[in-house]
Write a protein of this length. Sequence first.
Length: 201
Amino acid sequence: MHRRVDRDVEQAFAGGLRGLVDLGELVVVEPDSAAAAVADVNREGGRRPPGQLAGTGRAVHGTKRTPMLTLDVRLYLVRHAKAAPGEPDQLRPLTEHGRDQARQLGEQLAAERPDAVVTSPLLRARETAEVLARACGLEAIADERLAPGATSADARQAAAGRGERVVLVGHQPDFGRIAAALTGGEEPPFPTAGMAVIDLP
């Protein structure tokens, strides 16, 4: 069964994320690797056994996915790409590796045709968002609500009125907590340039 699911994941990444994300499923993408780890977090609070989440791009679940439903908003929560150390914190730029991460993620997101890319005003987030937005033919929009300390309410408000598919670029540990709050599950791992895809009713 794992072999069949692996092929599903590989095909999904070859053609973008569409078809991989179902209601209540949360997808975490780490562009550093050839593929990504996939985690289910259902709205009933279901859990997979400890240690089943892999970072190799291999799907580690064999659960049946439910049909996609028509929903109001699909959020793409993106943690900023790798940034250089230094002070002040709000002015840390992306490293060259971080720019590569953002470019790879931008290629994946372009297939999703998002309506907007909204970002924390901090430099590392803005630079990430600008790369993603350019790949999608959009302009990044800075929103103070996505600055460090953002909540699930802030994320909803930042996405409100911006279309059906909205990319939000922000920080950890905020986005892990936001993903958990919006899905009713545990906080997912969120590497730099990691992404969680969540459908909101």
